[in-house]
Design a protein around this ligand. Structure first.
Ligand code: COA
Length: 266
C-alpha cells in the first residue's frame, strides 16, 4: 500500500530513525565510572512513555555515555519506574500503524537486550504495563519495597505486546505468566520476588544504590566472558540442549584464549 494512503499516526518517523524532539527533558544519562545510569524523569506523569520520551530514550541509548559504558542501569523516579505507555496518545491504530510504532518509538522495549553490555532496572513505585515490560527487557531487576507491578492490558482489551507476554513466559513459565497477564492483578515487591519477576528487593529508596552495587560488580568482571555468557544465556532458552551445550563449549574454547582469561597470566 502506498505510504500516502496510510493514515500514519507516527508522522515522519522512519524505520531506524526517531526524532529526539525538543522541549522537556524526560530522559537523562549520567556516567559513574564504567556504569551509565539512564534515568526516566517525567515524574509528574509517572514516567508514562510518550512518543517524545521514547525518542529521547532511543537517543540516550545511542549516546557516548551508554556506548562507552560496561553496564547500564535504567532508573525511574521515587514514585514510578514507569506507568507504561502514555494513555493520552492511545488511538485506534491500524495494523500498519502498530507495526510502524514498534519500528519507531516502540523500539524502546528492545534497546536493552540489543546492547552488548548487561543492564539492570532499578524500580521504585509503579512499574505498570509498558513500564513493567521495560523493566523486563533488562537483564536484572532490583526493586525497593514501594514497587508496585501489574499488566492491565487484557482488561483494556489489548495484550502486553511490548515483550511482556513473550518475556514473562520465558522468565516465569506459562502458568505464572497466564496468572499475571490474564488476571491483570497488581502485585507488590515481595510477591514480585517470590514469582521471580525481580531478582532482589531492598528497603525504600535503595533500589538505585543496590542496582549500582551490582552494576559495579558486573563492570569489574572480565568483559568478554560477561558479554558472551549473557548472550548465550539468552540464546540458550531458544536452542536445543545439544545446540546450547555445543555453543557453551565453543565459547569456552574461545574465552580461555581471551586476554581476560585466567590462562592469560601463564
Ligand atoms: N499515561 C498517561 N498519563 C499517565 C499514565 C499513563 N499511562 N499513568 C499516569 N498518568 C498521569 C495521570 O494522568 C496523572 O496526571 P495528572 O496529574 O496531570 O492528572 C499523573 O500521571 C499521576 O497519576 P495518578 O493516576 O494521579 O496517580 P495514582 O498514584 O493515583 O495512580 C496508577 C497510579 C499507576 C495506578 C495510575 O496512574 C494508572 O492506572 N495509570 C495508568 C496505567 C496504565 O494503564 N498503563 C498503560 C498500560 S497499557
Amino acid at each position: 500500500m502506498p505510504a500516502s494512503r496510510l493514515n500514519l499516526r507516527h508522522g515522519p518517523i522512519e524505520v531506524g530513525y526517531v526524532r529526539p524532539g525538543m522541549g522537556e527533558e524526560m530522559v537523562t544519562t549520567t556516567r559513574d565510572g564504567e556504569v551509565c545510569i539512564v534515568r526516566l524523569q517525567r515524574e509528574a506523569k509517572l514516567n508514562a512513555l510518550s512518543e517524545q520520551m521514547a525518542a529521547q530514550l532511543i537517543a540516550a541509548f545511542g549516546s557516548g555515555d551508554v556506548t562507552g559504558s560496561r553496564v547500564v542501569v535504567l532508573a525511574g523516579s521515587a514514585k514510578a519506574f514507569s506507568a507504561g505507555a502514555d494513555l493520552t496518545e492511545f488511538t485506534d491504530p491500524s495494523p500498519e500503524e502498530t507495526i510502524r510504532y514498534y519500528r519507531g518509538p516502540g523500539r524502546i522495549w528492545e534497546l536493552l537486550p540489543e546492547l552488548p553490555q548487561p543492564s539492570i532496572a532499578a524500580i521504585s513505585g509503579w512499574a505498570i504495563g509498558g513500564g513493567l515490560e521495560l523493566a523486563l527487557s533488562a537483564d536484572l531487576r532490583v526493586a525497593d519495597e514501594t514497587a508496585r507491578f501489574g499488566l492491565p492490558e487484557v482488561s483494556l482489551g489489548i495484550l502486553p505486546s511490548a515483550g511482556g507476554m513473550s518475556r514473562l513466559v520465558r522468565l516465569l513459565g506459562t502458568a505464572r505468566a497466564k496468572q499475571l497477564i490474564l488476571l491483570g492483578e497488581r502485585f507488590d515487591a515481595a510477591r514480585a520476588l517470590e514469582l521471580g519477576v525481580v531478582n532482589r528487593v531492598v528497603p525504600e529508596g535503595e533500589a538505585e544504590t543496590a542496582a549500582l552495587e551490582w552494576a559495579q560488580k558486573l563492570a569489574e568482571q572480565p568483559q568478554a566472558a560477561l558479554q558472551i555468557t549473557r548472550e548465550l544465556i539468552d540464546r540458550s532458552a531458544e536452542m536445543s540442549l545439544a545446540g546450547s551445550l555445543a555453543a557453551e563449549r565453543l565459547a569456552q574454547g574461545m574465552l580461555a584464549h581471551s586476554a581476560d582469561s585466567y590462562r592469560a597470566d601463564r
